[in-house]
Design a protein around this ligand. Structure first.
Ligand code: COA
Length: 183
């Protein structure tokens, strides 16, 4: 998507994870593509979260081409490696932008996911998003905990995979979440 990274004051961001490792968070640049592919080539387990990241290398490459073309992408780096990736569909900022987040194994449960979600929330707020939606397996209790910590709440039908929504500002509803308009 058209680069808006230069307009976003929330990026870049730096912090230390719970092990003291330096983590740099910045908007995806075209030159980062190979490093992102490398993260997903070694990512495990593949295919668990809504089929993502795809197990098949060709489908994984096609997915990453689509995601980096269509969504606003944020990468977390440590020692020259991409160790985390989140993306949000800012083209749908007036409705319900979808959100995805994946961290490399060995970097999970160290506060990085929470930090990335907070950065995403700031970015969404800066560009005027009213609401962000993420689909999560209810059995993925760590992901659910992280999303709840930053303010996501369950919405929609009860199922093994559920939508969670984050209201950035009170405002319009999400049709997908079967809610009424508030204003
Ligand atoms: C889900 C994910 C993004 C979370 O990021 P993270 O960096 O691991 O999470 P954080 O360390 O920031 O926070 C984890 C929180 O959950 C808690 N937690 C850890 N394991 C848990 C579990 N099994 N059940 C419930 N809570 C758990 C931790 O105590 C921590 O809470 P605290 O900070 O209040 O102590 C990351 O683990 C990941 O990429 N997992 C694989 C891909 C995935 O599931 N993506 C989400 C798809 S929707």
């Amino acid at each position: 998507m058209k680069s808006i990274a230069h307009d976003i004051s929330s990026l870049p961001a730096r912090f230390r994870d719970k092990q003291g490792r330096r983590i740099t968070v910045q908007a995806f640049r075209t030159k980062d593509f190979d490093a992102l592919v490398q993260m997903y080539d070694t990512f495990e387990p593949k295919g668990t979260e809504c089929g993502l990241p795809p197990r098949d290398p060709g489908m994984r490459m096609a997915w990453l081409r689509d995601v980096t073309k269509e969504l606003f992408n944020i990468l977390a780096w440590n020692r020259g490696r991409v160790i985390g990736h989140c993306a949000i569909d800012l083209a749908r900022k007036d409705s319900c932008p979808e959100y995805l987040i994946f961290l490399r194994q060995g970097f999970r449960n160290r506060g990085i996911g929470t930090f990335l979600c907070e950065v995403m929330k700031s970015v969404a707020g800066e560009v005027g998003c009213k609401k962000v939606v993420v689909t999560v397996r209810t059995a993925n209790t760590r992901a659910v905990k992280v999303f709840q910590k930053v303010g996501f709440v369950f919405c929609g039908d009860i199922a093994a995979e559920r939508d969670m929504q984050l209201l950035i500002k009170p405002g319009r509803s999400c049709r997908r979440c079967h809610e009424d308009e508030r204003d």
